[in-house]
Design a protein around this ligand. Structure first.
Ligand code: RIB
Length: 301
């Protein structure tokens, strides 16, 4: 089978800073990097490194950055035949600040991602999408596909509520959970997260909430499973959620049961925080399997 990732492709401009700026403040970066990113691209790289045949469907500009991103994805083992170059558009760009504790702020200029054209529905495999591309493109794709449909509802675009009836697995973080569940307060603590999740999850659906250092909780309408995070000292957390999504899609595509797949995707996300940036930090399958062995201690690379 295969994982089909439909989503954004961005060039990430990453500024490492001592601390994140306050509103109105100018600060100096310690260093800057240009790295491949975008939630879609990151998830595709994560899936490919977990061993899945991975097809990327997305849009770049007809510019140098677009050609560079296509090359970066292909070099990571992602099949890029579904990546279109939009005439006259700029490739998406994310401006990212990362502080000394690995916390980040991200501003995305969507560029060509906003012009992703219609995508043919899928007959099989795994469909994985996020919300940095138009909901109008995703809606008929999710409604018409017979693949296993996974939506990472990030960033939290409320128009995507219309999609939720056509999603088999929904993945959100705590902030996105609060927004889609329609509650003002971001849930603190596992009981509150599960309570909010039960408001959102549909019959027959699995809702997964990623909790950062708190691990993940998988919520079905009648039960839940919490998996604590693997203890690591992060370099940065950019793309860790993407890593979880891509790894999970790959493992489900190969036929793994949900519980072992959740454990591995959770471990992959922790390993992702040990490297700089998003796509370049995605771990490969062997590293994820090794991290599950007793006595593993995560170390920065
Ligand atoms: O999730 C991380 C990603 O969000 C970055 O790579 C950036 O491009 C934005 O899309």
């Amino acid at each position: 089978m295969a994982v089909h990732v439909v989503g954004s492709i961005n060039v990430d401009i990453i500024a490492s800073v001592e601390r994140l700026p306050s509103p109105g403040e100018t600060i100096l970066a310690l260093r800057t990097e240009r790295l491949p990113g975008g939630k879609g691209g990151n998830q595709a790289v994560a899936a490919a490194r977990m061993g899945a045949a991975t097809h990327m469907v997305g849009a770049v500009g007809d510019d140098e950055a677009g050609a560079w991103m296509r090359g970066q994805l292909a070099a990571s083992g992602v099949e890029v035949g579904g990546v279109v170059a939009v005439p006259g558009a700029q490739t998406g760009t994310a401006f990212i600040a990362v502080d000394a504790h690995g916390e980040n702020q991200i501003i995305v200029a969507p560029g060509a991602n906003a012009d992703l054209p219609a995508v043919e529905p899928l007959a099989s495999g795994v469909l994985l999408a996020q919300l940095e591309v138009p909901v109008a493109t995703l809606a008929p794709l999710f409604a018409g596909s017979h693949a296993r449909r996974i939506l990472n509802a990030a960033p939290p675009v409320l128009a995507a509520t219309a999609l939720l009836d056509h999603v088999d697995i929904l993945i959100v973080n705590q902030h996105e959970l609060a927004i889609f569940a329609g509650v003002a307060q971001v849930p603190a603590g596992l009981d509150a997260v599960v309570g909010h999740a039960l408001r959102l999850v549909r019959p027959g659906q699995l809702l997964i909430v990623t909790l950062g250092a708190g691990g993940v909780v998988a919520v079905w309408p009648d039960r839940h499973l919490h998996i604590p995070a693997m203890p690591v000292t992060p370099v940065d957390t950019i793309g860790a959620g993407d890593c979880f999504c891509g790894a999970l899609a790959a493992l489900l595509d190969e036929g793994m049961a949900i519980e072992p797949a959740l454990h591995r995707a959770n471990a992959a996300a922790a390993l992702c925080t040990l490297g700089h940036g998003a796509a370049p930090a995605m771990p490969d399958r062997a590293d994820v399997e090794a991290s599950l062995a007793p006595g593993f201690a995560g170390a920065a690379t």
